[in-house]
Design a protein around this ligand. Structure first.
Ligand SMILES: Cc1ncc(COP(=O)(O)O)c(C=O)c1O
Ligand SMILES: NCCCCNCC[C@H](N)C(=O)O
Length: 365
């Protein structure tokens, strides 16, 4: 039995998303690049790269990882490149997307001959969270003025728009793409590729995937462009759990259980967005607040209902633990970092990574 805590990636569950991604490419022509910022656990790239077209990145290190571990195209994007990393970024990528006209101009000479793009901010988004809203007031994420963009159009062959955020509403996606066409259509006409970024939950159960494909195909044909998608969450949704063990129970007006993990260290996104972890089933009569073992008073995974009272040693499983978890895990409080295990397609479970005291020590100096 694998020692908790550990993330368990289920390849069969992952495959369900990947098959939908491949279907979208087949039906619409849109290529999908894995957004490494969301999920970069390269031990399952062998499977993912068979269904996706490559990776997109946010930094030099991500671009190197994509280039060395995932076949297909490697897109480079960063909010800002520094002088001392640009050479390496170019060497490890097929395309480079600059976030601003300033960066494009600064690195124009060194990137001559490379396929180049510019991030465009359409100033509309589906984010419900200001912190994740690329179209927030005064956003630094991309250029928004069509007349300014027109002045550098001959320096790029494509644009990246990333304005969807956890968007599972096709109508809203469609509306925003129409808005983009109205505002930037005359510029889109002059390039050969467009990336529509991530944040579109097209692998979800009830998503109208055929309508989505038709919309992408029509968009691509109208402007004669190659369309790219950059799914992060949509690639790995519901593929992974975080397995933990109860270390203590107590009653302080509510039943509490402390587990051998920490939301702050191992599922940080939930804390940032003030969301609860998920557990299923969750319909018993014994309600517990499940807490992390860090010293943060608010290190709470959420409140869940169990069929039986919880005992020290019970194992619990948090659902949907792939996106923005492993890429954000940290050594806060020195809490043991979860191992990474994979349930292979034949059902066998392989432990692919363990972390120990040395990793903690080596992370500091
Ligand atoms: C440029 C870009 N592409 C893709 C993504 C992936 O988004 P998601 O994980 O919501 O699909 C993000 C998220 O930050 C992004 O900023
Ligand atoms: N579950 C809470 C919202 C998560 C939002 N994810 C944000 C990442 C995204 N790709 C972005 O910042 O655009």
């Amino acid at each position: 039995m694998i020692k908790t805590p550990y993330y368990l990636i289920d390849k069969a569950a992952l495959l369900k998303n990947l098959e939908k991604i491949a279907y979208v490419r087949q039906q619409s022509g849109a290529k999908s690049l894995l957004a490494l910022k969301c999920f970069a656990t390269w031990s399952v790239f062998d499977l993912m790269q068979e269904y996706m077209d490559g990776t997109t990145s946010s930094s030099l290190y991500e671009v190197k990882l994509g280039n060395t571990k995932f076949k297909g195209e490697t897109h480079a994007y960063s909010v800002a490149y520094s002088d001392d990393e640009i050479r390496e970024v170019l060497d490890h990528s097929d395309k480079i997307i600059f976030n601003s006209i300033g960066q494009l101009s600064r690195f124009k000479d060194i990137s001559e001959g490379k396929t180049r793009g510019l991030r465009v901010n359409p100033q509309v988004s589906t984010s419900e969270f200001l912190i994740a809203d690329p179209a927030r007031p005064f956003s630094r994420l991309g250029e928004w003025d069509p007349s300014k963009i027109e002045t550098v159009i001959s320096d790029v062959s494509g644009f990246m728009f990333h304005n969807n955020c956890e968007n599972d509403d096709f109508e809203r996606f469609d509306e925003m793409l129409t808005f983009i066409e109205e505002r930037f259509g005359h510029l889109i006409q002059q390039v050969s590729w467009i990336s529509l970024g991530g944040g579109i939950h097209f692998t979800g159960e009830d998503y109208p995937i055929d309508q989505f494909c038709q919309r992408l195909k029509a968009f691509s044909e109208k402007y004669d462009i190659q369309v790219y998608l950059e799914p992060g969450e949509a690639s790995i949704t519901k593929s992974t759990t975080l397995e933990v063990t109860v270390l203590d129970t107590l009653f302080n007006g509510k039943n509490l259980a402390v587990v051998d993990s920490s939301i702050e260290a191992h599922m940080l996104d939930l804390l940032i967005y003030r969301e609860s972890a998920k557990m299923a089933p969750c319909d018993g009569e014994h309600e517990y607040m499940i807490c992390g073992k860090s010293c943060l008073a608010g290190d709470i995974f959420g409140e869940f209902k169990f069929k039986q009272t919880l005992q020290v040693g019970d194992r619990l499983s948090f659902e949907d633990a792939a996106g923005y978890t492993m890429v954000k895990k940290n050594w806060f409080n020195g809490v043991k970092m979860p191992s990474i295990a994979i349930r292979q397609l034949d059902g066998s479970i392989e432990l692919v990574r363990e972390f120990d005291y040395n990793d903690f020590e080596q992370n500091l100096s």
